[in-house]
Write a protein that binds this ligand. Structure first.
Ligand SMILES: [Cu+2]
Length: 357
C-alpha cells in the first residue's frame, strides 16, 4: 500500500475514534466522573488534579518537541553539514530526574490521603449496615437491622453512610458502583468493606448502575447491580415492606404456582415466612414482585422476561447448571437449571412471583 494512502487511513481512523468517543455523553450510567456522593467526589477531584498536572506536562513536552522539529530541521543548503555532537549533560539529567520525582511525591500526598479517607469504615449511629455476598453471577444483600434478604437491586437511603460488609461464596468478585465509590474485591473466606454515601434520592424508576468488576466466569458480564436511593421516609417504608413475610396465596393461578414452587424451587430459593422454602442457595424471592430488575440486575422484571426466564433461564443468561452439586459441602451452584416447565406452569409461577410484592 502506498505510504500516502496508509497515512490517510490511519488519520481517518484516529479522527473517527475521537468523533465516536464523543457519542454517548447523553446516557453514561457508569461514569465515575459524574459523582453522586462525597466519596466519589473525592475520587473525581483527585482524578482531575492528576489530569491537569499531566495535561500541563503533555503541552510542555509536545511544545519542546515541535520547537525541536521545526526550528532545528535540515534546511536547503544544509546537505553534508555536520551537526555539533554532544555527549551527556549532567545538569539537565539531574533536573529531569529530580523534577518528576518531586512531582510524584506531590501527587502522592492527596492520593494517599484520599485512599485512607475512602477506606475508613464509617462510624456513628446513622450508619446503615448491609452484608453483601457475591455469587456466580448475582449479588445477595442482607439488611441485619431489619432481618431480611434481597438480591441484585440494592436500596439505600440518601444523606447517610452505608457500610457494606462483603464476602464471596465462590470466586473473587468486585463490587463497583462508579458514581458512589471505587472498586472493592469480595474474596472467599475474607471480609472486606466498602462505604456508600449518596447525596440525593434517584428519580422515580431510575437507578445508579454498577457491575462486578472482577472476571468471575461465564456470566461475569451479566453480573450487574442497580441501586435505588430513597429519601429517609421512602427507605424506611421500603425496608418495612421487605421485612414482612411472604403471603402464601390460597386460590387462583398463584396458588397453583405455590404447589409447583414447593416441589421444584425450594431446593434453592428461600422465601421468608414459609416452612418449605428455607434453603439459601439462590436469590431470596420473598418480595420478588417488588423488584424492577432480576438475574444479576440485567433484565427488567417484566412479565415477558420472567416467563422467558422460567421457560429456559439459559436463553437469557449464559450459565452452567449442569455443574451444580447441591449435595457437595458447601453446595456448588452455577446457575438456574431449565426445568422444562409447560406454559400453564410458567403462568402459574409468574402469578405467584408477581403476587409477592
Ligand atoms: Cu463476579
Amino acid at each position: 500500500m502506498a505510504a500516502r494512502v496508509r497515512s490517510r487511513l490511519v488519520l481517518g481512523a484516529v479522527l473517527a475514534t475521537i468523533a465516536l468517543a464523543a457519542c454517548g455523553t447523553e446516557e453514561v450510567p457508569q461514569n465515575s466522573l459524574d459523582p453522586a456522593g462525597p466519596i466519589a467526589r473525592d475520587i473525581d477531584g483527585l482524578w482531575w488534579l492528576v489530569f491537569w498536572i499531566a495535561a500541563v506536562i503533555f503541552v510542555l513536552v509536545q511544545a519542546a518537541l515541535l520547537v525541536s522539529i521545526f526550528r532545528f530541521r535540515a534546511r536547503k543548503g544544509d546537505e553534508g553539514r555536520r551537526i555539533r555532537q554532544l555527549h551527556g549533560n549532567t545538569k539537565l539529567e539531574v533536573a529531569w530526574t529530580i523534577a518528576p520525582a518531586v512531582l510524584l511525591a506531590v501527587i502522592a500526598v492527596p492520593t494517599v490521603a484520599t485512599l485512607f479517607d475512602i477506606r475508613a469504615e464509617p462510624t456513628g449511629d446513622d450508619v446503615l449496615e448491609i452484608n453483601v455476598v457475591g455469587h456466580q453471577w448475582w449479588w445477595e444483600y442482607e439488611y441485619p437491622e431489619f432481618g431480611f434478604f434481597t438480591a441484585n437491586e440494592l436500596h439505600i437511603p440518601a444523606g447517610r453512610p452505608v457500610n457494606l460488609t462483603m464476602t464471596s461464596d465462590d470466586v473473587i468478585h468486585s463490587f463497583w458502583l462508579p458514581r458512589l465509590n471505587g472498586k472493592r474485591d469480595l474474596v472467599p473466606g475474607r471480609v472486606s468493606n466498602l462505604t456508600l454515601f449518596a447525596d440525593e434520592p434517584t428519580p422515580d424508576g431510575e437507578f445508579l448502575w454498577g457491575q462486578c468488576a472482577e472476571f468471575c466466569g461465564l456470566a461475569h458480564a451479566d453480573m450487574r447491580l442497580k441501586v435505588k436511593v430513597h429519601d429517609e421516609d421512602g427507605f424506611q417504608a421500603w425496608a418495612a415492606g421487605q421485612a414482612q413475610p411472604a403471603v402464601i396465596p390460597t386460590d387462583g393461578p398463584a396458588a397453583e404456582g405455590w404447589e409447583i414452587f414447593k416441589l421444584v424451587c425450594t431446593a434453592c430459593h428461600p422465601v421468608a415466612g414459609t416452612e418449605e422454602a428455607q434453603v439459601r442457595l439462590a436469590p431470596d424471592l420473598t418480595h420478588y414482585g417488588s423488584r424492577s430488575w432480576f438475574a444479576g440486575a440485567t433484565f427488567r422484571n417484566t412479565t415477558e422476561h420472567l416467563a422467558a426466564w422460567l421457560r429456559n433461564p439459559g436463553d437469557l443468561k449464559p450459565m452452567a447448571p449442569e455443574l451444580n452439586d447441591l449435595a457437595a459441602d458447601p453446595p456448588r451452584i452455577l446457575g438456574m437449571p431449565n426445568f422444562g416447565l409447560g406454559g400453564a406452569e410458567v403462568d402459574a409461577l409468574v402469578a405467584l412471583l408477581q403476587s409477592w410484592e
